[in-house]
Design a protein. Structure first.
Length: 102
């Protein structure tokens, strides 16, 4: 009895990986929309205004005689503006979800 040689057909592993790769391709999209970026830019502008207000309190002369600063905008308003920019507007721009328009 003669033994018949059965040929096993092996699949090409590179071709198999290519076909799997083509089937499972994922299209990555930037998670933030144009509205989010506009809100983030507004937040950055608010932060710049806050630092500009804080810089108005700088002077070469010493503080007033009674120990207070010369400009109350630099002491009271500028920190509030900075907190609004850093803690409200920028996180809102990152976390707010706007549906993508097709």
């Amino acid at each position: 009895m003669a033994k018949t040689a059965s040929k096993k057909v092996r699949k090409n592993p590179v071709a198999a990986k290519r076909s799997i790769k083509n089937k499972n391709t994922v299209k990555w999209e930037f998670p933030l929309s144009g509205k989010n970026i506009k809100i983030a830019l507004i937040g950055i502008l608010v932060i710049i205004v806050g630092y500009a207000l804080m810089a108005t309190g700088l002077s070469d002369g010493p503080a007033a005689i009674d120990g207070t600063w010369n400009n109350p905008w630099a002491v009271s308003v500028a920190p509030v503006v900075l907190v609004i920019g850093y803690c409200v507007i920028i996180p809102f721009a990152i976390l707010k979800y706007y549906k993508k328009e097709d």
